[in-house]
Design a protein around this ligand. Structure first.
Ligand code: NAP
Length: 255
């Protein structure tokens, strides 16, 4: 296998959650440019259509599966629908996420529960739906989109940090249980990345300025810089990387 093949996703089928905007829609573009067909999952159907247009512009197929991953039954329903349509899914990218920044004393229980449901429970349910087919073909890749917030304490991020720390732990157990089947499970931890979520959480310059000042690179991340790391973790080139949490943070957590 030459270097292009080791970094190629030709012939692979990837399910991407949170595909309607932000990092997720960029993931659809990058993974399809590398050769993958894409199952795009989110609630916003216009956003899914925009994702599909990017995939099809790269000459790949896109299956749009609208679904609300915060609901108990939805992740498994979406996973089963993907398998029914395409037989197997080679790559799962658990990217959908929500954040409602509040101080711990102000966060509501409903917000807490929704954050855990979308950011943590849905990745588990989707993975366990798709993994039997990965085991049958003796190959699979799971990438869980976590956050730098899983490693550093940020005010107003209690529920979010709990979900992302949980996701890092879940990633390690996925590795313990599924590595023997040649399935690699890894988490990535981006710093602030220019997306609609970042606008919601960091849009106030009074908040963003001090955060950027702590990033040695002196800037936030672009979505494509996150997606390129996901691409590597989905490709054959990374087959010996398993159970890792990889920070994409411009050096933030090195200090
Ligand atoms: P975003 O712009 O807000 O996009 C979030 C995506 O998640 C959307 O496609 C949204 O789709 C989907 N989603 C949210 N709730 C959902 C639900 N109930 N069911 C199905 N899909 C749902 O966020 P982003 O910045 O691209 O974030 C993507 C991932 O990166 C998240 O896991 C986030 O925690 C993580 N992250 C982001 C940053 C950052 O600074 N941006 C930093 C570190 C980590 P619909 O609304 O259409 O359902």
């Amino acid at each position: 296998m030459d270097v292009k093949q080791r970094f190629s996703l030709a012939g692979r089928k990837a399910l991407v959650t949170g595909a309607s905007r932000g990092i997720g829609i960029e993931l659809c573009a990058v993974l399809s440019e590398a050769g993958a067909d894409i199952v795009a999952v989110a609630r916003d159907e216009a956003g899914l259509a925009a994702a599909a247009a990017k995939v099809e512009a790269n000459g790949r197929k896109c299956l749009k599966l609208p679904g609300d991953l915060g609901k108990r039954e939805e992740p498994e329903r979406v996973g089963r629908a993907a398998l029914e349509a395409w037989g197997t899914i080679d790559i799962l990218v658990n990217n959908a996420g929500v954040s409602f920044p509040k101080m711990l004393v102000d966060q509501t229980i409903d917000e807490w529960d929704l954050i855990q449901a979308v950011n943590l429970r849905a990745p588990w349910l989707l993975a366990r739906t798709l993994v039997p087919a990965m085991i049958a073909q003796k190959r699979g890749k799971i990438v869980n989109v976590s956050s730098q917030t899983s490693s550093v304490a940020l005010t107003e991020h209690g529920a979010y940090a709990a979900s992302k720390n949980g996701l890092n732990g879940l990633t390690k157990v996925m590795t313990a249980e599924w590595a023997p089947h040649n399935i690699q499970s890894n988490a990535i931890c981006p710093t602030v990345t220019l997306t609609p979520m970042a606008e919601q959480v960091w849009g106030d310059p009074a908040k963003l300025g001090p955060m950027v000042a702590k990033i040695p690179a002196g800037r936030v991340a672009q979505p494509v810089e996150v997606c390129d790391v996901v691409l590597f973790l989905c490709a054959t080139a990374s087959d010996m990387i398993n159970g890792e949490t990889i920070f994409i943070d411009g050096g933030y957590t090195a200090l």
